[in-house]
Ligand binder design. Structure first.
Ligand code: IPM
Ligand code: MN
Length: 364
């Protein structure tokens, strides 16, 4: 019997629903081609959750994600709720979702597609060999620190990490490095912060379990600079929640657009899979958003969520082929060049699922 895979789909806000519709289109095509049994069910999160149930992570959504085999999320965020109380902010729903699923390790791979080298503001020679995996701690640090609070003239957030929290995410980074170029760069601010000193000592100790992986440490300010001056110097970047948030947007500059990049958040239960971009309210509902980040997220879901490497590769190859053929959304197009809308890009990639295998088969 074919194993059934259930996916809770949380399109969220802004461009979330548009890019997730294209991710689903590709997912259905790849499932059909590889005979994978997937069931998709939709639930609100973020501002959509507030609209539907007065809660950015409604009870029905909580129950569904816990029972699912994987969670596919679009984006959350709505400027109309920027000033809302904390418990009604879309971002609070996302943080609660990450905590509920216990997804402490966020994998954000960034590579440069050859056809898009010209779309990065960095010089082509700097981009040569750039292929980075950011492993961002996702359920600790400043985002979750207690106590916190805001008064008129004073506000508090706290930064805390335990050894266990650092160890478990470090192990994910070292294990990932073993499947790559065996190099981990741990990023902290150990010249100033006690938390970073604990982080550095803990990562160093975990590193001894992986003698075949090179470990070095950088302060976050230096890492931020080197990421754009010498990106090929990095393989796996391991860092805490806030630094990882910032460095991953910066690293997107290498790829040419934030709209291209996927992520996988892993813990011990169902994984959470989301593109790294936000809800982009300024372009929502206009069929201009780039769905490639969401579609590449489907590949991560298949690989890390379900252990289905071959279908994951088929999705990645279809994206790559579409780019090779010159398919471009607005964010990655040369000025004045023809552009595809969100849906047309999704359809183009869907049509290319299995294309690489077919052409190889016809050569053989
Ligand atoms: C991300 C986003 C989120 C984060 C926001 C929306 C809370 O920027 O996934 O990178 O900061 O983690
Ligand atoms: Mn971010």
């Amino acid at each position: 019997m074919v194993k059934a895979h259930s996916i809770a789909v949380l399109p969220g806000d802004g461009i979330g629903p548009e890019v997730i519709a294209e991710a689903e289109r590709v997912l259905e095509a790849v499932a059909e081609r590889f005979g994978i049994d997937v069931t998709l069910q939709h639930f609100p999160v973020g501002a959509a959750g507030v609209a539907a149930a007065g809660d950015p992570l409604p009870e029905a959504t909580r129950e569904a994600v816990i029972k699912a085999d994987a969670v596919l999320l679009g984006a959350v965020g709505d400027p109309a709720l920027d000033k809302a109380p904390r418990h009604l902010k879309p971002e609070t729903g996302l943080l609660a979702l990450r905590a509920l699923l216990g997804v402490f390790a966020n994998l954000r791979p960034v590579s440069v597609h050859p056809a898009l080298v010209g779309r990065s503001p960095l010089k082509a020679e700097r981009l040569r060999g750039a292929d980075v995996l950011i492993v961002r701690e996702l359920t600790g640090g400043l985002y979750y620190g207690e106590p916190r609070g805001r008064a008129a003239s004073h506000a508090v957030n706290t930064l805390a990490y335990s050894v266990v929290e650092v160890e478990r995410v470090a192990r994910i980074a070292f294990a990932a490095a073993r499947r790559r170029r065996r190099h981990v760069t741990s990023v902290d601010k150990a010249n100033v912060l006690e938390v970073s000193q604990l982080w550095r000592d803990t990562v160093t100790a975990v590193g001894r379990e992986y003698p075949d992986v090179t470990l070095d440490h950088l302060y976050v300010d230096t890492a931020a600079m080197r990421l754009v001056t010498e990106p090929a110097a990095f393989d796996v970047i391991l860092t805490e929640n806030l630094f990882g948030d910032i460095l991953s947007d910066e690293a997107a500059v290498l790829a040419g657009s934030l709209g291209l990049l996927p992520s996988a958040s892993l813990g011990s239960g169902p994984g959470l899979f989301e593109p790294i971009h936000g809800s982009a309210p300024d372009i929502a509902g206009r069929d201009v958003a780039n769905p490639i980040g969401a579609i590449a997220t489907v590949a991560m879901l298949l690989r890390h969520g379900f252990g289905l490497a071959e279908p994951a590769r088929a999705v990645e190859q279809a994206i790559s082929l579409a780019l090779d053929q010159g398919a471009r959304t607005r964010d990655i197009a040369e000025p004045g060049a023809p552009v595809l809308g969100t849906r047309a890009m999704g359809e183009r990639i869907t049509g290319l699922i299995g294309e690489e295998q077919r052409s190889r088969a016809s050569v053989a």
